[in-house]
Design a protein around this ligand. Structure first.
Ligand code: PEP
Ligand code: MG
Length: 750
């Protein structure tokens, strides 16, 4: 077969196509394929091994080995030469198989008679599906051309497996995509959801991997690549003035799109009988394989660029854009490698859950998912390769687990969990309009955190008394460009309209650290959390802050207005910001705009330094809100985004409570209103302890209001105070154990 490889492999593919077109189904079809490969290659044996589950390969068809071994012979991933091919994704080509390291003889197959062995991975887009093997008695090494031809055939088998071409009676070959899979990732947003997969970027389906007419396929490839190049050039032209990083990616796209090597390999694949889209996919598969092995981050990114580019090319060739004709299921669980916050917002609350292969706790998508209270799992490895549109899926945001195509046991256990959560929600709904008043008559005011228009309906449904923290940066983060002042006026006015007189605390832009605006030049800072962020940016470059203040005043149209500055580390910063407010008021007055009826201006206490500011500051500031997320990160010097350390220190640690106590006392001396708006406010146990420490206003995610109110209504704050004081007195590290002990004894009634 060394001579005239092209026509030989084309002939082989032509025969394969006949098999596919025949009425044979399942096993018979696979049997005929192994027969014709052995025949064409001139080998005694041809076998196909496919995965039964993620770890086990099964001999599914053979020409030459003992027929009774079919569906009986199984091996673990990595076991024997076949297992090695599957695990490494690399070809094994040897004239003397028994002498190879790792060779394992399977007596039931009768393979001991065969000396030479050629194993080719059957894979689709880097996803291993099985192994194609040819063996022969004479000790020969297969030529590069033979290897190549068989790779092309393996590619077609992978496509056919993906399409379920071998599923049929008798064969019972279930392709990987019909098996249940558990994927462990990280928690992005708590909550449990059941639904059906909706792939953000659906897989392109290659219906015909074999070329009818290679000349026509070559033309199709050339036309598509030309279209791709024009598209990339256009994108580059449009981005010339934009973000440097994006430009780099596009330059890389262009380099690949013009790469002669890439083109040549695809042309060769077509000459050997593949259709244009199958040729693109074959190259893409190999790039993904390399990606899995490359350590260097830069190279990995470039391979990821090539992957994206291949996807674009496939879409051009197949005409399958994002619109595949598939309908969004009624209960969609979005699955994506990654997604931008804007795209996520477009789906909005229609989503039941989100699973991201990449993503991170602090990513913008995670921020949006949290704002929408949609369960989110991040770092879910291989989920985009495993999931198919419409698959049944269960997302456990609490544990960071995804059950894809779950079996009945998982389904019923999971549904119990969802039902319990729903029951709890019902119980919370019953106290929605009641006050959070403790057993000893203390009233705690519960507000919600928000940042998107999508949050506002929760103001009514959660029973929040107002918005204790409106994170204005979210409106900036979900856009591709800086919003205009008129847009901001409109947004803020809508927020106040929907609040219908309830207080909304607008926090001015809190960017920097983990919140980087896509359209602002990123600053390379060694420690961004300690860097140029929030009010520091606002004061150094006051343009945006002034625009925001102006927009807020105009949006208020004479209504009461509350403004809060983030990340104030010393009194002087607050004073400078406060002056900006006064200047803005004066400017607006001169321009003839109506001024707010009342104006409150306050600061977030997020750095330990502010707790120790002169008492005069507490006298001056309109109100304070403790940003517990940042305050805790700086108090314990433990990065809130770093999985390794972010849970290391307990918020109920006695030292931290001492700091809270100090802030409460200092506010009391000056009569300064104090609230707490970090995540801890929404955790029932932490929330009751904060109330016991004297905080009477808590602001949290809307979904937390029910559970927090429920617990507050069942505790006696004086009892709790005493338990906390005793634990501190005993010198315990955290008051949690003592508090838990007390709470175990209280009633379950809401
Ligand atoms: C905080 O730091 O606690 C806070 C509420 O602000 P953010 O989480 O937006 O930094
Ligand atoms: Mg903060």
């Amino acid at each position: 077969m060394a001579d005239g490889t092209e026509s030989e492999s084309r002939k082989l593919l032509g025969r394969l196509r006949e098999v596919m077109a025949s009425s044979d189904a399942g096993q018979a079809r696979l049997d005929r394929i192994t027969h014709l490969i052995a025949d064409s290659m001139g080998t005694e044996v041809c076998s196909v091994y496919l995965f039964r589950d993620a770890e086990t390969l099964e001999l599914c068809a053979t020409e030459g080995l003992k027929p009774e071994a079919v569906h009986m012979t199984r091996m673990r991933l990595g076991e024997g030469l076949v297992g090695r091919v599957a695990r490494t994704g690399r070809v094994v080509n040897t004239p003397n198989a028994p002498a190879e390291k790792g060779f394992r003889y399977m007596p039931e197959t009768g393979e001991e008679r065969y000396s030479s062995f050629l194993g080719i991975p059957v894979q689709r887009l880097g996803e291993s599906m099985g192994v194609l093997v040819v063996q022969s008695r004479d000790a020969r090494e297969f030529s590069a051309d033979e290897v190549y031809a068989l790779e092309v055939v393996a590619m077609v088998i992978a496509e056919m497996t993906e399409l379920g071409a071998f599923v049929g009676e008798g064969a019972a070959l279930s392709p990987l995509h019909q098996q249940s899979v558990l994927i462990r990732g990280g928690t992005g947003q708590e909550g449990a959801a059941e639904g059906h997969v909706w792939l953000h970027e659906p897989r392109v389906v290659v219906a015909n991997p074999i070329a009818d007419d290679p000349h026509r396929e070559l033309e199709r490839l050339n036309e598509a690549v030309e279209q791709l190049r024009v598209g990339v050039d256009k994108m580059l032209e449009m981005s010339r003035t934009g973000d440097k990083e994006q430009l780099q990616v596009l330059e890389a796209y262009r380099m690949f799109a013009n790469s002669k090597g890439w083109m040549r390999r695809m042309e060769e694949d077509i000459a050997r009988g593949l259709s244009a889209e199958a040729a693109v996919e074959k190259e893409q598969s190999q790039a993904r394989n390399r990606m899995a092995q490359v350590q260097d981050a830069y190279l990995r990114e470039r391979l990821a660029d090539l992957d994206d580019l291949s996807n674009r090319l496939l879409r051009i060739l197949t005409g399958q854009g994002k619109e595949t004709g598939a309908e969004l299921p009624a209960d969609p669980i979005l699955i994506a490698r990654n997604i931008g916050p804007g795209e996520l917002l477009e789906y909005g609350r229609s989503l039941k859950g989100i699973v991201l292969e990449e993503g991170s706790v602090g990513s913008h998508a995670a921020i949006v998912a949290r704002a929408l209270a949609i369960p989110l799992v991040v770092h879910a490895e291989r989920v985009t390769a495993e999931a198919l549109n419409g698959d049944h899926v269960m997302v456990d945001g609490d544990q960071g687990i995804v059950h894809l195509r779950p079996d009945d046991n998982v389904v019923s256990a999971f549904r119990d969990k969802i039902a319990m959560q729903a029951q709890a929600q019902e119980r919370y709904a019953s106290i929605r309009d009641k006050q959070a008043v403790t057993r000893d008559g203390q009233v705690v005011s519960l507000h919600m955190n928000a940042g998107l228009m999508a949050d506002l309906p929760s103001l009514d449904s959660s029973g929040a008394e107002g918005v204790g923290l409106f994170r204005t940066e979210l409106q900036f983060l979900v856009r591709n460009q800086m919003p205009k002042r008129t847009e901001l006026v409109e947004i803020y006015a809508r927020v106040m309209d929907s609040a219908r007189g309830k207080r909304v605390v607008f926090r001015t832009l809190d960017i920097g650290s983990d919140k980087v605006l896509p359209y602002m030049k990123p600053n390379d800072e060694p420690n961004p959390a300690l860097g140029w962020r929030a009010i520091r940016v606002g004061l150094d470059k006051p343009g945006v802050m002034r625009m925001q203040l102006q927009a807020l005043i105009r949006a208020a149209k004479g209504r009461p207005l509350t403004i809060m500055f983030p990340f104030v580390a010393q009194a002087e910063e607050y004073r400078a910001a406060r002056q900006e407010v006064d200047k803005a008021l004066e400017r607006e007055r001169r321009l003839g705009h109506v001024l707010p009826e009342t104006l409150e201006v306050g600061a977030m206490l997020e750095t330990p330094s502010l707790a120790f500011a002169p008492q005069k500051f507490f006298d001056e500031v309109g109100f304070l809100s403790i940003g517990g997320n940042d305050l805790k990160q700086f108090f314990f010097a433990a990065d809130r985004e770093n999985e390794r350390v972010r849970r290391r220190y307990d918020s109920l640690n006695c030292s931290f409570l001492s700091l809270i106590e100090r802030i409460v006392e200092r506010c009391a001396i000056s009569g300064t209103p104090l609230s707490f708006c970090g995540e801890d406010a929404g955790r029932p146990i932490e929330a009751v302890c904060l109330a016991a420490m004297g905080i009477r206003t808590l602001s949290m995610r809307p979904a937390s209001i029910g559970p927090v109110k429920s617990l507050l209504r069942r505790v006696d704050l004086m009892d709790l105070r005493k338990v906390i004081a005793d634990a501190r007195h005993r010198g315990e590290q955290s008051v949690r154990p003592a508090v838990m002990e007390l709470l175990r004894g209280i009633s379950d009634e809401v």
